[in-house]
Design a protein. Structure first.
Length: 201
C-alpha cells in the first residue's frame, strides 16, 4: 500500500470511528421483559415488528416495548414451545407449536387457538398468497383463506405412522410447488396435481 493511501485510510478511520468499531451485542432476558429464557423462533412481520417464540408465549418487540401473547387453549396454557411463526399475505399472523395452531386476532390483540388443530404437533408453517401450509408430524395440511374446516390433509406416504409423513419444514417455491423437508428426504406438493411426491435423488 502506498504511503498516501495509508495516511488517507488512517484519517478516515480517525474521523469515522464507527467504521472500525465492533458491532455491539445486546441480550434480552426475563429481567428486560421477555416471557421466558428459551427463545425458539424469530420472525419479522410486514410492519417490521420482531416476534419471538419464547417458551409457551409469543413476544413482540415493537421497537419500544415487549408485548406478551400467551398461547391459551381454552382454560389451559399451551405447554409446548413455539416451532414456527408465519404471516399470510393479508397480514394475519400464525403460530405453530407441538400442541396446535394459533392466529393473532387483531380486534382484541390476542392469540386465539384454532381448536380443530388442538393436540396436533405442528413443526413448520408457510404461506403462498392466502393459503396456509401446515407441516405436522402426520403430513401436510393446506388451508385456503379462513376455511379451516375445509382444510386438505396430504401425506407423502399412505402408510399411517410413516417417517415420510413427518414434515420438518415447508417452503413455497415461485413455481407453485410447495417443498417439504421430511424425515425420509425431500418431497413436493403441486396444487395442480393435488398430490405429494417424494423426490428421488
Amino acid at each position: 500500500m502506498k504511503p498516501l493511501t495509508r495516511i488517507l485510510l488512517a484519517a478516515l478511520l480517525l474521523c469515522c470511528p464507527s467504521l472500525h468499531a465492533a458491532d455491539a451485542m445486546k441480550s434480552w432476558t426475563t429481567d428486560d421483559g421477555l416471557s421466558g429464557m428459551v427463545v425458539t423462533k424469530i420472525f419479522k412481520d410486514s410492519d417490521k415488528f420482531v416476534w419471538l417464540g419464547v417458551s409457551n408465549h409469543l413476544d413482540c418487540l415493537d421497537g419500544v416495548y415487549i408485548r406478551h401473547y400467551p398461547l391459551w387453549q381454552g382454560e389451559r396454557l399451551n405447554m409446548s414451545y413455539v416451532n414456527d411463526i408465519v404471516q399470510r399475505a393479508d397480514g394475519v399472523l400464525f403460530v405453530g407449536t407441538g400442541e396446535g395452531l394459533w392466529r393473532l386476532d387483531r380486534s382484541c390483540d390476542e392469540m386465539k387457538s384454532i381448536g380443530m388443530f388442538d393436540g396436533i404437533c405442528i413443526n413448520a408453517l408457510a404461506c403462498a398468497g392466502d393459503t396456509l401450509y401446515v407441516g405436522t408430524t402426520n403430513g401436510l395440511i393446506r388451508v385456503d383463506g379462513d376455511r379451516f374446516e375445509e382444510h386438505v390433509s396430504l401425506m407423502p406416504d399412505a402408510r399411517v405412522g410413516s417417517a415420510a409423513n413427518v414434515i420438518n419444514d415447508v417452503f413455497c417455491g415461485t413455481d407453485g410447488r410447495v417443498w417439504l423437508a421430511t424425515a425420509c428426504g425431500l418431497a413436493f406438493y403441486s396444487s395442480g396435481g393435488g398430490t405429494v411426491a417424494m423426490v428421488g435423488i
